[in-house]
Design a protein around this ligand. Sequence first.
Ligand SMILES: *Cc1c(COP(=O)(O)O)cnc(C)c1O
Length: 394
Amino acid sequence: MCADFIEQLREQQLVRKKAKLFRSRMVLNGPQETHVSIDGQDFLAFCSNDYLGLANHSALKEAVVDGVRRYGVGAGASHLISGHSMAHHKLEEALARFVGFPRALLFSTGYMANIGVVTALLGRGDAIFADKLNHASLNEAALLSRAKLIRYPHADLSVLEKRLAVSKAKLKLVMTDAVFSMDGDVAPVDELLALCEEHNALLLLDDAHGFGVLGKQGRGALSSFEHCNIQSPNIIYMATLGKAAGVFGAFVAAQPEIIETFIQHARSYIYTTATPALLSHTLLKSLELIEQEEWRREQLRKLIVHLKSELQSLRWQLLPSDTPIQPLIVGESETAVQISQTLHEQGILVPAIRPPTVPEGMARMRISLSALHSEEDVKRLTTMLRDLAMNWNE
Ligand SMILES: *Cc1c(COP(=O)(O)O)cnc(C)c1O
């Protein structure tokens, strides 16, 4: 019986390989940087979410050492038992201040934050309105909550408005990526908020890719919209700390009553060990760097302009994005895998993103930029891509 099952799994994996959908992992020998070492070979990498280049920053490494001296290694318990340390507490206060909300709460990961937020607030009889291109964790959260999940076409406000208008649900929640993780475009946050206020719905904004990158001093997507009332009680803001912040973890910011509800009822908050306090200690330093080092965002802006101008009028097109996520649409999975492999042979890493992560026929190279890339780094990539495009035989 079990032997049969193992055989079935083997066959499934073979099918995946034939369809060029099989995924495997690279093993990095050292830190996450623009140049990474794999099997002793150096690669120029365009695949991390370390947008500001903080993941291997010397000040953060020192903060880790200082943090371990003060707090030790493991938290040893969940937040509600005895795992909540002064470092966690200070970081929550600093994060709330930074994004302009009355209160914030740390979660271990963004995935767990989304699950916790949605399941703590909604249940049967409630309705969730979700952008079609949202991150998987938001969709999973909706399913787990047992609320009715109503998806709307990507950034389509008129469809969303109609669906909100006819809904008789007790509680309505609109949820969206602020920066879409595979497309790089920014959600119409101000208009979404206006719709939510009009229809008495909460707005869950997942700013995994905007925090640290967008807005004044990197305060995130909300602060990048000039006329957005970020004091609105309708907003629940979520961001991750393992991407631009360069460390690990996530947080949610909202009205105090909403945050308190998460502490009381969010199961992915309650039933898990607190992350090591040394990470929170390190994140306090990371927050300072995000706030103070504007040159990192300026460098990103420069690189984005540079990349776009170099990749104009190729057979493959960049999606319209002004964020460090720059997807080059190539169509078929096989094409994406071939390009990725050819670049790999030339010492450049760009991941091929394939269905089911993105729709059929929309396979892409997801180029992600970091403040530590140089213009020469980008030039090396674009020269290779132009070459490949010019000599491509379908
Ligand atoms: C990465 C990501 C998450 C998950 O965050 P983790 O901290 O990595 O678990 C959630 N939402 C979006 C949009 C993401 O890109």
